[in-house]
Design a protein around this ligand. Structure first.
Ligand code: AMP
Length: 605
């Protein structure tokens, strides 16, 4: 495998991290530190303050957590590290990441504290003496004022997404908290942008900080057509499968972040009939070279790779790059998409990006000086068209290349014996051949587009609502169906618990990271409520939502239906029947649907 000169990146093991932390990082499958990690870890380990300009997706959580956790004394039972984050969702996410990195630090407790969660629970958890607190500024300040959180022994304070905290009006709380911390604590401030007030906080409270900026170098990538899909209701894997169905690709490289993810995704794509292989740093050089060689010889169609393993990869037939996980910075994006458009050919680059990572999208557009166009996922009709086209192609190839005399006789005999219509016979054969990959696939319920998209399309949804026929949030409605792309959930909190629509919207928006605009109809009943949420909620998110507290009651959310009629208003005595979750993801049959190269591979065994 040829390699391009890559900037030399230290190894995690060279950065001086504590052994238990190193073990957890290795287990998470991280190969090398991301640029911000490479620059932050060493200075933070020596106790320096840090001012980092970086956005979500750059790996900044590990950049501060790994060194600061390495410095914690697990035997001391007071808060030593405090992370302030702008939202509940981020606080939970950061505390989960910290828990992962600290899994081998015996006796270490991490506690997320945020508004909206029951004070009682937080008080009990605070009595367990967590050494690390991750919280939103308002709730942290509440606890400081009540005397339930004491910061006298604090060693480090991290301000995560400081510009967001400013935007959300938390900056005064942040300053008050900073004043409550000991003089000698270490401060790390991360912000995607540096507006005046954040800069002032930095100058006032940070002592001689190391300044890190994840730079965006501009490069041109003229031969590559760039598109992005905004990760919404649909699972990334389902979205990828649909894209694979309709994209005309020769070779494809899919980028993920971890070694483990390369293996998992390759297995899933194999199971769906695509000849795929992982390419990661755990594979020895010989195996990597063999894999690349198979790709070059069209014995493989898809590589799932980490950045490190794909460095310098040069394969002419690579027509597509999919950024399944967002890259850390614009430079690695440019490097990734440079794996296509080789040898003067055209290339296609697709980026999966979540709403939280939107800033990275803008940074990439700036760096590549190109607009990245938004793509819609292929619809069921697109998939059907594509399958019919492939079927027709196979039919023509077979008629041209095979000796069909024997089969003609068989069909002729059948037709005469049954006096059958020849077209009907052919249709029955087409059905049989495509039975496991129907030419007319079961209709997908499309993910509900984000509100901005609906508005861009001049939205019939809006006019329907203006008519008052389909209000998004109602205080109880008659029989109704979930909107397309939505599923109806039941939560065990209702009017008699004091719940109002705004409480449910607030809790779900924060916990599920679902934009409140994308929460559908809410129907409050006496002792429960129903709520429409985008289809395809990941399992872990569902489990997390079950435990969320609203009006002193856990939501205990359960799935009711997906586009099926619901219970009548006032039918409170009876619990609405739960509909079974339908639509197990269909898999692509292994043989019939394969591309030519896949078939070649299959024949060779
Ligand atoms: P963050 O920017 O901190 O939100 O991190 C974004 C994602 O990158 C998370 O899913 C991390 O698990 C992942 N990540 C962070 N550092 C690394 C690394 N060195 N290698 C691979 N993945 C990483």
């Amino acid at each position: 495998m040829s390699t391009e000169q890559a900037p030399s990146m230290p190894l995690f093991s060279e950065l001086g991290l504590a052994a238990p932390i190193l073990k957890a990082v290795h287990e998470a499958g991280y190969e090398t530190p991301s640029p911000i990690q490479a620059q932050s870890i060493a200075p933070l380990l020596t106790g320096r303050d840090l001012l980092g300009q970086a956005q979500t997706g750059t790996g900044k959580t590990a950049a501060f957590s790994l060194p600061l956790l390495s410095l914690i004394n697990v035997k001391a039972k007071s808060p030593q590290m405090l992370v302030l984050a702008p939202t509940r969702e981020l606080a939970i996410q950061v505390s989960e990441a910290i828990q992962t990195y600290a899994r081998y630090l015996k006796g270490l407790h991490v506690l997320p504290i945020y508004g909206g969660q029951s004070m009682g629970i937080q008080l009990r958890q605070l009595q367990r003496h967590p050494q690390v607190i991750v919280g939103t500024p308002g709730r942290v300040l509440d606890h400081i004022r009540r005397g339930t959180l004491k910061l006298g022994e604090l060693q480090s304070l991290v301000l995560d997404e400081a510009d967001e905290m400013l935007r959300m009006g938390f900056i005064d709380d942040v300053e008050t908290i900073l004043k409550e911390t000991p003089e000698k604590r270490q401060v790390a401030l991360f912000s995607a942008t540096m507006p005046g007030p954040i800069h002032r906080v930095a100058t006032r409270y940070l002592k001689d900080p190391v300044e890190i900026r994840i730079k965006s170098k501009t490069s041109t990538v003229d031969t590559i057509n760039q598109r992005y899909w905004q990760v919404t209701g649909t699972h990334k894997l389902d979205a990828l499968t649909r894209i694979l169905e309709v994209e005309d690709f020769d070779g494809m490289i899919i980028f993920v972040r971890t070694k483990n993810a390369t293996v998992e995704l390759a297995e899933k794509l194999e199971a769906r009939g695509y000849s795929s292989s992982p390419l990661n740093g755990d594979m020895n050089q010989a195996l990597r070279e063999k894999t690349v060689d198979r790709m070059k010889k069209s014995k493989l169609d898809i590589l799932i790779a980490t950045d490190v393993a794909a460095r310098g990869l040069d394969i002419d037939r690579m027509s597509h790059v999919v950024n399944y996980d967002v890259p850390y910075d614009t430079e690695s994006y440019v490097h990734r998409i440079g794996r296509t458009g080789r040898a003067g050919r055209k290339g296609e680059a697709i980026l999966f990006i979540s709403p939280r990572e939107k800033r990275m999208l803008f940074a990439i557009e700036k760096a590549t000086k190109q607009t990245i166009t938004k793509m819609q996922l292929p619809s069921s009709e697109d998939i059907a068209d594509r399958r019919v086209m492939q079927f027709n192609q196979q039919l023509s190839e077979t008629i041209e290349s095979q000796d069909l005399a024997f089969f003609q006789n068989v069909i002729n005999d059948y037709q005469q014996e049954h006096e059958a219509d020849p077209i009907e016979v052919a249709a029955a054969l087409a059905y049989l051949v495509q039975k496991s990959r129907p030419l007319k696939p079961v209709k997908h319920v499309e993910a509900r587009p984000a509100r901005r998209d609906r508005e861009e399309r001049g939205s019939s949804v809006r006019s329907a609502r203006r008519d008052g026929k389909s209000p998004r949030r109602t205080l109880g409605s008659a029989i109704r169906e979930a909107e397309a792309g939505m599923q109806t959930y039941r939560v065990e909190v209702g009017r008699e618990h004091g719940a109002e629509v705004k409480n449910l919207v607030g809790a779900i928006a924060n916990e599920a990271g679902i934009d409140s605009k994308d929460i559908g109809r809410i129907s409050l009943q006496d002792n429960y409520s129903t709520i429409d949420l985008p289809q395809g909620m990941p399992k872990d998110l569902f489990q997390q939502l079950r435990k969320v507290w609203v009006c002193n009651k856990q939501l205990e959310i359960s799935l009711m239906s997906s586009n099926v009629p619901q219970a009548r208003e006032g039918d409170n005595s009876e619990r609405p029947r739960k509909a079974k979750r339908s639509g197990k993801p269909r898999t692509r049959p292994r043989d019939k649907a394969r591309r030519p190269s896949q078939r070649r591979e299959a024949k060779k065994g």
